[in-house]
Write a protein that binds this ligand. Structure first.
Ligand code: SF4
Length: 298
């Protein structure tokens, strides 16, 4: 019943529902598009809907608003906040820039608008390596994920300083988790998100973003996989690959903030057009430049 009502409201208000792969299965099922940060940013930038209901965390909805300032962007639960995004403050980045004026600021999309506004280019886990390639002759600061930054430095060998932030679920993964799961499922391939620590990534069969993990598992001849990212991705993996088996790499791989939104919240947000994202115009204009650079290079 509530699903039909959401569909009706969506048509009435010319709305589109975007959901990240880490959302609850029932939210993924009612979304018009399910994807990673890069895909959802692209859709947000190109949609002709009047209203975007963003089922993700705050920085994602905020990014959609920056890319589509004329649209109404709604986040059904305003307390859906990425913990990693909170690990960098404007004043600290401003101070770093003053002390290191020669560093080129490459910023993960998992940041708030004020941090994006201080950045030279934005990246996602799907395109970070490709974009950093364009700046190989520069001294880089990568913010705020120390693990993805360290992985980029390891993969490219470039001069990359890293901010000490991290994702609290991926940062807890260990080599021991892999050993235990490989013992249990010796035929399974291990696919891990690059927000995990480097020593863990070095033990993986494949390292990639959520979308890349989904593509890899779908195109692989293997039938069994161990997945090192948020459990929300299992729904998309299993839906696309009903004949394959997926195991989570470790317990606790579930981001609490990505699971806050319920069908009732989506319905309420649409009905009342509530929880609208606002971004200061000057900040949005600066952040958009860094986001446009990403779109141009990816
Ligand atoms: S999974 Fe990690 S990086 Fe993603 S929203 Fe949650 S805390 Fe942030």
């Amino acid at each position: 019943m509530i699903k039909e009502e959401i569909q009706r409201l969506k048509q009435e208000k010319n709305a589109v529902i975007l959901a990240h792969f880490y959302q609850k299965p029932e939210i993924q099922d009612i979304a018009d598009y399910v994807g990673d940060s890069l895909a959802l940013s692209r859709i947000a930038a190109g949609t002709d809907a009047d209203v975007i209901v963003f089922c993700g965390v705050y920085f994602m909805a905020e990014t959609a608003k920056i890319l589509s300032p004329e649209k109404k962007v709604l986040l059904p639960k305003m307390n859906s906040l990425c913990r990693m995004a909170a690990m960098i403050k404007t004043k600290d980045l401003e101070q770093y820039k003053q002390e290191h004026p020669d560093r080129f600021i490459v910023t993960y999309v998992n940041t708030r608008a004020d941090i994006k506004a201080l950045s030279d280019v934005i990246v996602t886990s799907s395109n970070a390596e490709k974009i950093v390639e364009h700046y190989k002759d520069k001294k880089i600061l990568y913010v705020p994920d120390k693990n993805l930054g360290t992985y980029l430095r390891y993969k490219t060998g470039y001069d990359i300083d890293v901010w000490p932030g991290y994702c609290y679920i991926h940062d807890l993964l260990t080599i021991n988790d892999i050993k235990k799961k490989r013992d249990l499922y010796p035929n399974a391939l291990v696919l891990i998100h690059p927000e995990a620590p480097l020593e863990v990534l070095q033990e993986a069969d494949f390292v990639g973003s959520t979308k890349q993990i989904l593509e890899y598992a779908t195109n692989s001849d293997a039938l069994e996989f161990i997945i090192g990212t948020d459990e929300g991705i299992i729904h998309a993996l299993q839906t696309k690959n009903p004949n394959k088996t997926f195991h989570l790499l470790a317990k606790g791989l579930s981001c609490i903030n990505m699971k806050r939104i319920s069908l009732e919240d989506v319905h309420e947000a649409l009905l009342k057009e509530q929880h609208e994202i606002q971004v200061d115009e000057e900040v949005a204009n600066k952040a958009r430049k860094a986001l446009d650079k990403m779109m141009e290079l990816s």
